[in-house]
Design a protein around this ligand. Structure first.
Ligand code: GDP
Length: 527
């Protein structure tokens, strides 16, 4: 295997998707700990203190102690080079979060075993499943009194539409959590509540092995054996191709805070998770193992220093190798440029990258040249597939308080739209025309107000609107014409596509019934 091939194959780039409080920070910390990227568990939690300046660049973040923007963490484990794409855990996440998922080749879905599938997990899951990437599930907090594992799997199927294959199975839970049984290796990892990081591993010949009677209380053991039988008879068969297509999720049980089941998960995950996969472009599929470098920008983040408007553009390398100072073609601008000093993200520290490979994420210094979706290629001139926009959930009419400041207001608005923090719509067939901002999480309104004031010296007026759904509309041309004439609350997005706003599902369904030959898309792809 060539060095290039070897490097790329060693890479695993994935995102953790979950609802706030499921334990994402805790799990990430344990993963980094295994990789030796952090010295002690607990450092990632430092997000909440100001020392960890990487993502706490804005006052709002500092005040609230949350991370508004998502970042990337890189670590090594055995022969693997792992990139974790972090997604903000707070309820007020942004569209950014969705787009970050386009840079991942697989996802880990983290579920709180007491709570099951929660709202934010469902939203993020949808985006992953739209891309058909493999999804691995870690069911967390087994050291607590939690829900029945079968019930959780059923919920995953009903709510998310994904079937599951438990790779391991818990023996008991909460006060009576005995550990996990690995269905492939038939090994049992025993949980020791007093000393959770000390994991005792027992080889067995299967669930019926009498050795288990020595460690597990008879009633819990009987239940475990019954469950294993049920799984073998009624559970989904193991099917690797279904896993790879995202139709079947391998499920792992554990307790992140006790660092229990995490390594078992990591080892299996690294075995199954795909190495970097290609991305579609206007000239066909671009495969990762190629001599020439290419990549796309999936996220633009304003600089840590609010005095400067410089930004960092996050680029996912799609093919080949990056070397410091290389020349690339910025396809949209049709301009050759030198990639001078990209940074890479080792845990929470930044460092200048000398070289990076397909699958890696690098941060490019951006004086305003990059937009989300931009393609940078070493040779030729192809564009990666368009980056979709997703339906915002909160809307407000926006205007500048001071008409004299109109210019800087427009500029700020444009920049923030390019960064992807907000989406901008214009009313259609309504005069005077009005600008409407749409955001996924309400916090983005505060971010918008704060940044326009501080960076663009522009005070704004926001009038909250009652909509909660946006749909990109396409379909039968005649019906579309009728729709454009008669439908209320129509807007156009930045690309001039027609977007209908609705207050609720009921209202949207009425329109769907009225215009049966139109499609109402949840994102801007229009496919
Ligand atoms: P995030 O919001 O998803 O990043 O969640 P955190 O990692 O901050 O965890 C939320 C809370 O759940 C914290 O108090 C953790 O200590 C706790 N937690 C995380 N994993 C576990 C677990 O396996 N068992 C128990 N009992 N608590 C956990």
């Amino acid at each position: 295997m060539s060095k290039l091939n070897e490097e790329i194959t060693a890479r695993k780039t994935f995102a953790i998707i979950s609802h706030p409080d499921a334990g994402k920070t805790t799990l990430t910390e344990k993963l980094l700990y295994f990789g030796g990227a952090i010295r002690e568990a607990g450092s990632v939690k430092g997000k909440k203190n100001t020392k960890q300046a990487t993502s706490d660049w804005m006052e709002i973040e500092k005040q609230r102690g949350i991370s508004v923007t998502s970042s990337v963490m890189e670590f090594h484990y055995k022969d693997h080079h792992i990139n974790i794409l972090d997604t903000p855990g707070h309820e007020d996440f942004s569209e950014d979060t969705y787009r970050t998922l386009t840079a991942a080749d697989s996802a880990t879905m983290l579920i709180d075993a007491a709570k099951g599938v929660e709202a934010q997990t469902e939203k993020l899951f949808k985006v992953c499943s739209m891309r058909g990437i493999p999804i691995f599930t870690f069911i967390n907090k087994m050291d607590r009194e939690v829900r029945d594992p079968f019930e959780l799997m059923e919920e995953m199927e009903n709510v998310l539409g994904i079937r599951s294959y438990p790779m391991n199975w818990p023996i008991g839970m909460g006060q009576n959590f005995y550990g996990i049984y690995d269905r492939h290796s038939k090994k049992v990892e025993l949980f020791n509540a007093e000393n959770p990081s000390h994991v005792e591993v027992k080889e067995t010949t299967g669930p019926d092995d009498p050795i288990l009677d020595e460690f597990v209380d008879p009633s819990f053991l009987a239940q475990f054996r019954e469950e294993m039988e049920l799984l073998d008879v009624a559970g989904d068969p193991y099917d690797e191709s279904k896993i790879m297509e995202g139709d079947l999720t391998p499920v792992f049980f554990g307790s992140a805070v006790s660092n229990f089941g995490v390594q078992n998960f990591l080892e299996h995950f690294l075995h199954f998770a795909p190495s970097p996969v290609g991305r579609d472009s206007d000239q066909g599929m671009i495969e990762p193992v190629q001599d020439t470098f290419s990549g796309f920008i999936f996220k633009v983040q304003a600089n840590m220093n609010p005095k400067h408007r410089d930004r960092i553009a996050f680029l996912r390398i799609t093919s080949g190798k990056y070397t410091q100072g290389m020349q690339v073609n910025h396809v949209r601008l049709n301009k050759t440029m030198k990639l001078a000093q990209p940074t890479q993200f080792l845990a929470q520290d930044r460092s200048i990258v000398q070289e990076a490979y397909a699958g890696d994420i690098i941060g490019l210094f951006d004086p305003g040249t990059f937009r989300i979706g931009d393609s940078l290629v070493e040779k030729g001139s192809f564009q990666f597939a368009e980056m979709p926009h997703f339906s915002p959930e909160h809307f407000a009419a926006i205007s500048a308080k001071d008409a004299m400041k109109h210019k800087s207001f427009e500029k700020g608005l444009q920049q923030l739209t390019e960064e992807g923090a907000i989406q901008l719509f214009e009313t259609y067939n309504k005069y005077p025309q009005q600008q409407i901002v749409g955001v996924v999480g309400e916090l983005q309104f505060e971010v918008l107000e704060h940044r326009l004031k501080n960076e663009y010296k522009s005070d704004i007026r926001l009038e909250h609107l009652p909509f909660s759904i946006a749909r990109w509309v396409s379909g039968d041309p005649e019906e579309l014409e009728q729709f454009k004439k008669r439908q209320r609350n129509l807007t156009t997005d930045r690309d001039g596509k027609i977007v209908a706003l609705f207050e609720n599902e009921f209202q949207m369904n009425m329109s769907k019934d009225k215009y049966p030959n139109l499609d109402f898309h949840e994102n801007s792809y229009l496919n």
